[in-house]
Design a protein around this ligand. Structure first.
Ligand SMILES: [Zn+2]
Length: 269
């Protein structure tokens, strides 16, 4: 892996013949009680001393990933656009910084259908990525996608996504259910795992991966998916990338005393 370029909203890395760009959609913050212990209750103050806070709230970056392969340009997630917190919706700005045009995107895949992942598919003028021929959404979440009125202009391009599918050459979908019923991760070139919402607050959930998020729809299943994929990523030496990981959104995972630690990649690594 080689870092090719880094800016305030993006970082581009090279993995063999594939390039991956992490694109920031902005950063917001969430109340501390979103983090939950195994009993389902909010964490006690002593478990939150390592939290990364902004004005007393948990820092929550939002990002998307672009994978440029030899047979296509895949965008994984599309950010919140104007549908959630007003500080978000910066994906178009991040794409300009990274030198990627919206028309270059040939395929879109969603890790899941929550508001901060699908909303950027449609802008005020309609489909935001007019040349994306397919929009891949996990079979379990097709109904949720179709029920979202904002998605009307892109419904004809909707294609079901299953475990093992390859949206473009070099990328494989991996089931990671729990946060949502069809939550998907994507393994790029067998060595970078783009894991969607497996982790929401790295400062707490890397050292204590059993901690869940209030919006994990099935808390025990989300915990099991996180524990399994973190262990596998560490064992295989995969790089990890996530929608809510700290800047720049791509890093290494290593064991720590209690759990894991996230080591961000950078131009100097
Ligand atoms: Zn999310």
């Amino acid at each position: 892996m080689r870092v090719l370029r880094q800016g305030p909203l993006s970082i581009e890395v090279e993995l063999g013949e594939t390039r991956v760009i992490a694109l920031s959609d902005g950063e917001t913050a969430m109340p501390m009680d979103r983090l939950r212990g195994p009993d389902g209750a909010a964490l006690p103050p002593e478990a939150l001393v390592v939290a990364d806070l902004v004005d007393g709230k948990l820092r929550l970056p939002v990002r998307c990933f672009l994978v440029r392969g030899r047979d296509g340009c895949l965008l994984i997630d599309t950010g919140a656009a104007d549908a959630w917190h007003p500080v978000l919706g910066r994906l178009p700005e991040a794409m300009v910084e990274a030198g990627v045009g919206a028309r270059e995107v040939t395929v879109i895949a969603l890790t899941h259908t929550h508001v901060d992942h699908l909303s950027g598919l449609v802008g005020p003028q309609g489909a935001a990525f007019p040349d994306a021929e397919r929009i891949l959404v996990a079979t379990e979440e097709l109904m949720a996608f179709r029920a979202e009125p904002r998605m009307l202009p892109v419904l004809p391009r909707l294609v079901p996504l299953e475990q093992g599918d390859g949206p473009i050459h070099g990328v494989t979908a991996i089931n990671a259910p729990g946060h949502s019923p069809g939550h998907m991760a994507f393994l790029v070139e067998g060595r970078l795992l783009i894991w969607g919402d497996l982790v929401h607050h790295a400062a707490v959930q890397f050292p204590a991966p059993e901690v869940t998020w209030a919006f994990d729809e099935d808390q025990p299943q989300a915990r099991a998916s996180r524990l399994a994929l973190m262990a596998q990523a560490e064992a295989e030496g995969w790089l990890v990338a996530g929608a809510h990981l700290p800047d720049p959104g791509i890093g290494r995972i290593a064991r720590s005393a209690s759990g894991y630690v996230f080591i961000p990649v950078g131009l100097d690594v």
